[in-house]
Design a binder for this molecule. Structure first.
Ligand SMILES: Nc1nc2c(c(=O)[nH]1)N[C@H]1C(S)=C(S)[C@@H](COP(=O)(O)OP(=O)(O)OC[C@H]3O[C@@H](n4cnc5c(=O)[nH]c(N)nc54)[C@H](O)[C@@H]3O)O[C@H]1N2
Ligand SMILES: Nc1nc2c(c(=O)[nH]1)N[C@H]1C(S)=C(S)[C@@H](COP(=O)(O)OP(=O)(O)OC[C@H]3O[C@@H](n4cnc5c(=O)[nH]c(N)nc54)[C@H](O)[C@@H]3O)O[C@H]1N2
Ligand code: SF4
Ligand SMILES: [Mo]
Length: 839
């Protein structure tokens, strides 16, 4: 019997099982999967013609056989109202993952809603409203009428600036082109909402303004570049745990030296070698350890900088590389501006940078050599720069991002094979919205406005600020007070007396109350404060498009029914618009009501055709039918045309050779800026002046001086995000009943802590709790806490300090630690062995 899976054998997938394309809905990597579904009344057999793999399953299968799937990849779900078996397994033919799963993606099936097998029964099945002192189920029409009436009343009173919105902006679950367009058309088309924030940051802005302002879009290379690079520079990304199969399927071959043939084929006579890796991270992550195992210690440099000092390191690299004459002069002259000004402004010596970063001058020099010292025969090194949240949510986001792009541009590494300066990414991407120009720059700091009592209604789409925002402790205190005012008022009027109910709500909003509408797939923590919950269908329960970290766009086909009355987010947005139009007309405001026209979509495909197809670059080539035909490999955005299989190589796109109409394939773009032209008026990339200015966000420097422990924070392999599905999954809650706090054993001794003890983490921003995980590789006084858990919120101790463009600084947080209790019952079974990578 598989451990805690209540099953000891899996049904065989029959040869005629239905096959659907699936892109994993968790991380940016977007691994390709296939969902196989068939009626529960039958099973396949062991004979080759009786199973989907055409394999003789009566014989022992070899290691890594495609015919294998695990209990976590299996479930029973509903499809068109019927019970079906489902297997969701990695697709070997997908170039992203080549058949690899991960501890998250390989659980997609068991994380599906199943009444038959009791999985994810926490899912929302009906709209819920605050009635008689608790949340109660109701119909869509009833819930949406309430939402529309309150929202219109707030608009009448405060204008659109009283409507506050929190919204996803990405792809994968809780996102996708359909849904960003649906919400975007509502708030930026029908309305011009400016008090809006994105799910993971307290304003409506880019995580990476700097690279964009320099003319360099942040997803400019392809995953193959990690196989082709001479050196990979990884900044604040723990790729083994957070972009797992990108690391395993595209970095590891280069680390092992098994992509040398690929390099030779691509680069001809240029000398090639296995990759060197530079990892910039204050913490020794399992990614560092995995790189050492795969590439050998001599080929890996871990630069364990002082938290928040990346900028000084990057400026030192640029200075040293320029002084050595290793700049790609031809590229800089032809394709960039502002090099000399940048070089003068950012000048810093190895020694100065060593003092700031805590590295040695020698480490900085040697890493600069790995980045830019020419190879044999004076060939330029091919260096790929990759960064994620250690930089993005780190000190001085804008300048630090700019400083890294400076290094990549100076060494001519953008737009060429084996190069790139890219985000590693979080979720997949899937942004398609009308212009947000009216939001302005810097955008409104929405959390602060909410704390200050501003706004009357708050629409929340697929995010849970109670677990995931900064300054979360203060946010929750203010938010609870304001939403409680409305809840109490709602208890004074009978729910069925709509005018009295609206009056009660509006009166309480005038007294500082806030009406909250939470669109989600499960009950959330912020939902505990909300007055309406709207149940969303998620990936696999609706058709959904998105692109991954190399701009690879795919369609995940609907393979199962959504729970109960749940609807895709784009259709929820459309129905809100319909109800607002109706209420506005009823009130005689037909001019405003007219803004809410154009939401007559019946399906998510309607939203896709209205949004992406019409508005995105190359969108005219992209349809569901074509995406479906292109399977789990899709194409890389932007689309530039169509081709027909059999068309002559080199023929202009769109050329056909008489093959069947409808068999066209979308032609994409492998790398951006391959022609040396960037995203700016003059087509040139602009170097940025990025002087070091210490810990930049207000209050951070003082916090560092006042509190002894760095509370570095982020992710762990086994859990996904705020644990919204994991919290209802034994496999995960067994291993992570409380967020871990990785701590050096010496620090534990000083505080008399044992493994698994519960501790309080506290500072002037708030307090939270975690479970101590002894970590011998952790530096003294530098802890790492798992973020955003249902049983302990790291954001409670993160200060409100942001940069000049309202980008949060989650990573640089300092606090105190004290023991609360011995390891509780739910922790006693845990192993606290090192999480090291072994092969
Ligand atoms: N301290 C600290 N805080 C951080 C960070 C950090 O590193 N440290 N990182 C930040 C980052 S990068 C991120 S991405 C955020 C994450 O912050 P959030 O976006 O708030 O958290 P998630 O868990 O990704 O998802 C939020 C909600 O989306 C819901 N959801 C899932 N699928 C769907 C769907 O199809 N439709 C709808 N409507 N809802 C859906 C889930 O149930 C969940 O409640 O946290 C940020 N906060
Ligand atoms: N398993 C898993 N994978 C995920 C997610 C998940 O929840 N679980 N979430 C996804 C999402 S939305 C995102 S945004 C990504 C995030 O992906 P990552 O950015 O890789 O993840 P994090 O753990 O947030 O942070 C990465 C590293 O930043 C380091 N760091 C902290 N401070 C500094 C600093 O000052 N300088 C530098 N250079 N590094 C620093 C931390 O030690 C940490 O190892 O992961 C995605 N993938
Ligand atoms: S690496 Fe990311 S996309 Fe791939 S299976 Fe794992 S969670 Fe899904
Ligand atoms: Mo993220």
């Amino acid at each position: 019997m598989a451990y805690k899976r209540q099953i000891d054998r899996l049904p065989i997938i029959p040869a005629d099982a239905k096959e659907s394309n699936v892109t994993c809905h968790y991380c940016i990597v977007g691994c390709g999967y296939k969902a196989y579904t068939w009626s529960t009344s039958r099973q396949g057999g062991t004979a080759p013609d009786q199973n989907k793999f055409g394999a003789d399953l009566s014989k022992q299968q070899g290691a890594e056989t495609v015919a294998w799937y695990s209990p976590s990849m299996y479930n029973i779900v509903r499809q068109n109202g019927q019970d079906v078996h489902i297997v969701i397994k990695p697709d070997k033919d997908c170039v992203v993952n080549s058949g690899l799963g991960s501890v998250r993606g390989a659980r997609m099936a068991e994380m599906s809603y199943s009444q038959q097998r009791n999985t994810q029964l926490q899912r929302l099945t009906d709209p819920m409203v605050w009635r008689y002192g608790q949340m109660q189920p109701t119909s869509w029409d009833d819930a949406l009428d309430l939402v529309a009436r309150v929202t219109v009343a707030v608009m009448n009173d405060m204008g659109e600036d009283g409507v506050f919105v929190s919204a996803f902006d990405h792809g994968g679950a809780g996102g996708g082109y359909e849904n960003t367009w649906g919400t975007g058309k509502l708030y930026f088309g029908a309305m011009k909402v400016k008090n809006i924030r994105i799910h993971n940051r307290p304003a409506y802005n880019s995580e990476v303004h700097a690279t964009r302002d320099m003319g360099v879009g942040e997803l400019n290379n392809c995953y193959e570049d990690a196989e082709l690079a001479d050196t990979i520079v990884a900044v604040g990304t723990n790729a083994l745990e957070t972009q797992t199969n990108y690391f395993l399927n595209h970095w590891v071959p280069n680390l092992r030296g098994t992509s040398l043939d690929k390099k030779k084929a691509e680069f001809g006579s240029e000398p090639v070698e296995r990759a060197k890796v530079i990892i910039v991270d204050p913490r020794r992550t399992v990614t560092v350890n995995a790189c050492e195992v795969e590439a050998g210690k001599d080929n890996v440099m871990h630069l364990a900088i002082n938290s928040g000092t990346d900028l000084a390191l990057f400026n030192a690299w640029t200075t040293y590389i320029a002084n050595k004459g290793w700049v790609d002069k031809a590229f800089v002259d032809a394709s960039t501006t502002n090099f000399d000004q940048m070089k003068a402004a950012n000048k810093i010596s190895l020694e100065e940078a060593a003092t700031i970063t805590g590295l040695t001058a020698d480490e900085i020099r040697k890493s600069a050599e790995w980045i830019a010292q020419p190879k044999a025969a004076n060939a330029r090194r091919r260096t790929m720069f990759a960064y994620e949240k250690g930089l993005i949510w780190g000190n001085d986001n804008y300048r630090t991002n700019g400083a890294l792009v400076n290094v990549a541009l100076a060494t001519g590494n953008i737009g060429r094979p084996g190069g790139g300066c890219v985000r590693m990414g979080g979720h997949q991407e899937g942004y398609s919205r009308p212009s947000d120009a009216h939001v302005g720059r810097p955008a409104a700091y929405v959390d602060q406005l909410l704390i200050e009592g501003k706004g009357g209604v708050h629409h929340i789409w697929g995010c849970d600020h109670y677990k995931t925002t900064l300054n979360a402790f203060k946010f929750k205190q203010a938010y609870k007070k304001r939403t409680d005012l409305v809840k109490d008022a709602m208890m004074t009027a009978p729910y069925g007396d709509r005018p009295a109910m609206i009056n009660a709500i509006v009166d309480s909003i005038k007294k500082g109350g806030l009406f909250a509408v939470d669109v989600d797939i499960v009950p959330t923590k912020i939902g505990e404060a909300s007055h309406v919950w709207l149940p969303a269908a998620t990936s696999g329960e609706a058709n959904l498009t998105s692109m991954n970290g190399e701009r690879r766009m795919r369609l995940t086909e609907k393979y199962m029914d959504a729970p109960g009355q749940a609807m895709p987010d784009c259709l929820i947005a459309a129905r809100i618009a319909n109800h607002m139009e109706r209420v506005l007309r009823e009130q005689g405001k037909s001019d405003i009501a007219d803004h809410f026209k154009g939401f007559d979509w019946k399906t998510e495909e309607d939203a896709f055709m209205d949004g992406y197809h019409q508005h995105e670059k190359g969108g005219e080539f992209v349809t569901y039918a074509r995406l479906r035909a292109m399977g789990t490999n899709g194409f890389q955005e932007p689309a530039v045309g169509l081709e027909t299989p059999g068309a002559v190589a080199g023929a202009p796109t769109g050329t056909t050779t008489g093959a069947a109409a409808g068999a066209e394939r979308i032609v994409g773009t492998k790398r951006l800026y391959a022609d040396g032209k960037f995203n700016s008026k003059d087509g040139k990339a602009k170097f940025m002046e990025t002087q070091w200015r210490g810990l930049q966000a207000p209050g951070k420097e003082a916090e560092m001086k006042k509190f002894p422990f760095l509370i570095n924070n982020g992710r762990a392999n086994v859990t996904w995000q705020s644990s919204y599905l994991d919290q209802d999954n034994e496999f995960v809650t067994d291993r992570m009943p409380y967020p871990y706090l990785q701590m050096n054993p010496q620090d534990m001794d000083e505080l008399r802590l044992k493994q698994g003890d519960l501790v309080e983490v506290y500072n002037d921003n708030g307090s939270t709790q975690a479970m101590v995980y002894p970590t011998p590789t952790a530096k003294p006084k530098q802890t790492f806490m798992l973020f955003a858990q249902a049983t302990g919120v790291q954001g409670n101790v993160v200060s409100p300090g942001v940069n000049e463009l309202i980008i949060p600084n989650y990573k640089q947080t300092w606090a105190n630690i004290r023991k609360l209790a011995d390891a509780p019952e739910g922790v006693k079974h845990l192993s606290f062995k090192p999480l090291d990578y072994r092969v």
